[in-house]
Design a protein around this ligand. Structure first.
Ligand code: HEM
Length: 280
């Protein structure tokens, strides 16, 4: 992964992570999509608003000063918003490998949407952690954000999203010129910090191992040589069996890591929504 960041191919990949792909110099538009693809894009966009929707009843209850509302937020925020931020981040990172493997372009528009959705979700998580988790992390505002190394890693990852999300548009890209791609390499730092956050929380078990597992195919398909080989053989219709076997293996590893996070959100999200959060 680190080797890949320095190469021309990986730089242009990092460059496209949060911004819609340029079609022609100075022109930003999505490739034409069939009706089914447009519907799928909109359906996937629903995933972006789901986490905040799940948390809205608890947030509204806290604003209205309802009893136990802050305790509910404290119990739910990391489980619902932390898991959702991670899922949206992974969905954003999946866009490029999916393009490499299949050649699809209809979904590229979602890279920016998932990136912005992830940043908004993580910043909301940080805000709620800073204001509601006093019952768990005593010692004031700073201890709630930096009192443990796993909190510091989560906080730093979230703060690094701020310059990324502010510059995730064509105007910022043209204003920053060649510095833009350097800035957007921060995406890889955020990736590393999230893994560190989970490693410090769970050790070499549970969610850390799952996050590591799903990161493997996403990282492998960014290795410039492999990426070039895959794209060329897809276009030339060669090495079909090798590519099929590799695709199934990579998808299997990805699913083994991804599905438990979805299950976690499906378990904790509804309980947060009905304001009976599971406090573990
Ligand atoms: C990029 C931002 C972040 C991501 C992607 C992220 C991701 C995650 C994930 C996936 C979990 C496991 C959730 C579970 O056990 O159900 C988690 C747990 C946790 N996160 Fe984060 N997190 C982020 C930022 C933060 C921040 C800013 C804080 C607080 C300052 C924080 C505090 C926690 C805590 C306390 C837990 C443990 C929750 C528990 O076991 O109940 N996270 N995070």
């Amino acid at each position: 992964m680190i080797e890949g960041i320095g190469s021309g191919v990986a730089v242009s990949e990092a460059e496209r992570i949060l911004v819609a792909q340029p079609v022609r110099s100075g022109t930003y538009r999505a490739p034409p999509r069939a009706l089914g693809q447009r519907l799928l894009v909109w359906l996937l966009r629903l995933a972006i608003i789901t986490p905040i929707a799940l948390m809205t009843p608890e947030i509204v209850a806290a604003i209205r000063n309802r009893p136990d509302a802050v305790a509910h937020l404290s119990a739910s925020t990391a489980d619902v918003l932390g898991t959702s931020s991670f899922l949206l981040f992974v969905m954003m990172l999946t866009i490029t490998p999916l393009h490499v493997v299949t050649g699809w372009r209809w979904h590229l528009i979602l890279r920016r949407d998932f990136g912005i959705g992830m940043a908004v979700t993580a910043i909301t998580d940080l805000t709620l952690a800073a204001t509601t988790t006093d019952d768990t992390f005593h010692g004031g505002f700073l201890s709630r954000l930096y009192g443990h190394t796993f909190l510091a890693a989560g906080t730093l990852a979230t703060l690094l999203l701020i310059p990324l999300v502010i510059t995730a548009n064509a105007r910022a890209q043209s204003w920053l010129g060649k510095h833009w791609r350097w800035l957007h390499r921060l995406t890889y730092v955020v990736w590393g910090l999230i893994l560190l956050h989970l490693l410090l929380l769970f050790g070499f078990h549970g969610f850390f191992l799952r996050a590591l597992a799903l990161s493997i195919p996403l990282a492998i398909l960014r290795v410039p040589a492999l990426r070039r080989w895959w794209q060329a053989s897809r276009q030339l219709h060669t090495h079909r069996i090798r590519r099929a076997v590799a695709a199934v293996a990579l998808l299997g590893i990805f699913a083994a890591g991804f599905v438990p996070f979805i299950t976690e959100l499906a378990h904790k999200g509804p309980t947060a929504f009905i304001q009976h959060p599971i406090d573990d």
